[in-house]
Design a protein around this ligand. Structure first.
Ligand code: F3S
Length: 405
C-alpha cells in the first residue's frame, strides 16, 4: 500500500506509540482489502462505548492508547454508553457498572473524543457533507450517512474507527470508491400506500427487515435500488437504515426520488418485488408476545429526534404511565427537549428520558421480559442480547401501551 511521508513517519512510531498502533491497524485493514492508499477523513464516529460490551479488556485497551499519547486529529463523536451519564441512578444502574462506565467515557474524553454518546451523530454536530469521506462505526448511522446524506464510509469496527480518529485517515476501499457504490438490484415495491400509514418508523422498520432478509437470501452483497416509495421523513429513513443494516447487512441503498445519489443511476436489470404482504409478515415476525405481558417500553432506537420527543410529550401530557418507559436520545436533543418544556411533561408522566444510552447497550438483561418498541433493530438485539420477547408497534401505539394497566 502506498503511504505518504507523513504516514510513514506515523507508522514508524515517530508520532507516538498510540498513533503507530493506529497506523498498524489501518495498514493491516488496507492490505486485507487491497486498498491502494489511505485517505483523509473529515469525521469519525467511534462505537464500542458501553462497558456492558467493552468490559475490562476494552477499557484497558483504551487506557493503553491514552498512555501511548492518543489524541484525535479530526472531529470525533461517540456512540451510546451503557447508561445516562448524569442520571444513571434513575435507570437503576448498578454503582460498580456506573463507575467503570465513567472511566470509559473519561478516557475517550482525554483522547479528545466529544462524548456525544449517540448513534445519531448527525443530530449532534457531526453532520458530513455530500461526497465527504468519513470513518463511522455504528451500522445504522453508516447506512444513513452513505444513503441519506451521500457521504462515504465503510462500516468501521471499534478499533478501526479509533485508529481513524488518531490519524485522520482511513484505508481507501469499499464504500469510498465510486466503483463499489453502484446499485446491483432493483427492489420494486408493490404496496398499497393508501392502506398503510407509510410515514412511520414502525412500517419502515418492517420494510427494512423485508428487504434486508430478501437480500441476505441471494449471493453478492448487492446494493439495493428501491422503487415505489413516494415520500419518507428523516425519522422514517433513520428507522429504515437501522433495520436494513441489521437484517440485510447493508451500508448503502438508493431510494428513487428520495436519496441524493439515486438519480445518478438507472434501476439495475436484476429485480426483486416486495409486497405489502412481505412487509406485514416482517412486522408480524417481530411480535412474539402480547400486550398483557409487556413490562418494559422503549422508544429511541436509533436515538430520537426533537420532533419525535415533541410527539411523545403531546401524547403523555397530563397522563401517567403504568410501566417502565425509557425514551432514549442524545443529551444534545434532550437539552432541546428541556428548553421546549417537553422533558417536564414527560417526567411528570413517570416516563424517563434516558439520554446517552439505549435499551440494547444498557445492562438490563435480567431486569425485564417483554419489550414494546417501534424499532425493528431494537427487537433483534433485545431478543438476541437480552433474551426479551418483543411487541412491535407503531410509535403512537407504543406510547399508549405505556399508559395501559
Ligand atoms: Fe442506537 Fe442503541 Fe439502536 S446504539 S441504533 S439506539 S441499538
Amino acid at each position: 500500500m502506498r503511504l505518504t511521508d507523513e504516514e510513514k513517519v506515523m507508522l514508524d512510531g515517530y508520532s507516538g506509540k498510540a498513533v503507530q498502533k493506529a497506523m498498524q491497524i489501518l495498514v493491516a485493514l488496507g492490505t486485507i482489502y487491497d486498498a491502494e492508499c489511505l485517505i483523509p477523513v473529515s469525521s469519525v464516529q467511534v462505537a464500542g462505548v458501553s462497558y456492558d460490551n467493552l468490559g475490562e479488556a476494552g477499557l484497558q485497551f483504551l487506557e493503553d492508547m491514552l498512555a501511548g499519547g492518543a489524541t484525535t486529529r479530526v472531529l470525533t463523536t461517540l456512540n451510546p454508553a451503557g447508561m445516562d451519564i448524569e442520571n444513571w441512578q434513575a435507570l437503576d444502574i448498578d454503582l460498580n457498572f456506573a463507575q467503570q462506565q465513567m472511566k470509559v467515557i473519561d478516557t475517550f474524553k482525554r483522547i479528545g473524543i466529544i462524548p456525544t454518546c449517540t448513534c445519531t451523530p448527525y443530530y449532534s454536530g457531526n453532520l458530513p457533507l455530500f461526497g465527504q469521506h468519513i470513518a463511522w462505526a455504528e451500522s445504522s448511522a453508516v447506512c444513513y450517512a452513505n444513503s441519506v446524506i451521500g457521504a462515504r464510509t465503510n462500516r468501521e469496527g471499534g478499533p478501526a474507527a479509533l485508529a481513524a480518529a488518531l490519524t485522520g485517515r482511513t484505508a481507501c476501499f469499499g464504500m469510498h470508491l465510486s466503483k463499489n457504490r453502484r446499485p446491483g438490484i432493483t427492489i420494486s415495491l408493490e404496496i398499497n400506500q393508501h392502506r398503510i400509514d407509510i410515514n412511520t418508523s414502525h412500517w419502515f422498520g418492517g420494510l427494512g427487515k423485508a428487504i434486508g432478509e430478501k437480500l441476505e437470501s441471494i449471493p453478492g452483497n448487492l446494493i439495493p435500488y428501491i422503487k415505489g416509495i413516494s415520500h419518507a421523513s428523516g425519522e422514517a429513513l433513520k428507522s429504515f437504515c437501522a433495520s436494513l443494516a441489521t437484517y440485510g447487512g447493508c451500508a448503502l441503498f438508493y431510494m428513487e426520488g428520495i436519496t441524493p445519489e439515486a438519480s445518478l443511476f438507472k434501476p439495475p436489470k436484476p429485480c426483486m418485488t416486495v409486497t405489502s404482504r412481505d412487509v406485514e409478515s416482517a412486522i408480524e415476525s417481530l411480535n412474539n408476545a402480547g400486550s398483557p405481558q409487556i413490562d418494559f417500553i422503549s422508544l429511541g432506537c436509533p436515538h430520537l429526534s426533537i420532533r419525535e420527543i415533541s410527539r411523545i410529550a403531546q401524547l403523555l401530557d397530563g397522563k401517567q404511565v403504568k410501566k417502565e418507559f425509557w425514551i432514549t436520545t442524545s443529551r444534545q436533543v434532550k437539552q432541546l427537549a428541556d428548553l421546549a418544556g417537553y422533558t417536564k411533561i414527560i417526567e411528570a408522566s413517570g416516563a424517563k428520558i434516558a439520554a446517552d444510552t439505549c435499551c440494547v447497550v444498557a445492562p438490563i438483561t435480567d431486569r425485564f421480559h417483554v419489550l414494546a418498541t417501534d424499532s425493528a433493530k431494537a427487537c433483534f438485539y433485545a431478543r438476541g442480547k437480552h433474551r426479551f420477547s418483543t411487541v412491535f408497534k407503531p410509535f403512537d401505539d407504543v406510547v399508549f401501551e405505556a399508559l395501559n394497566e
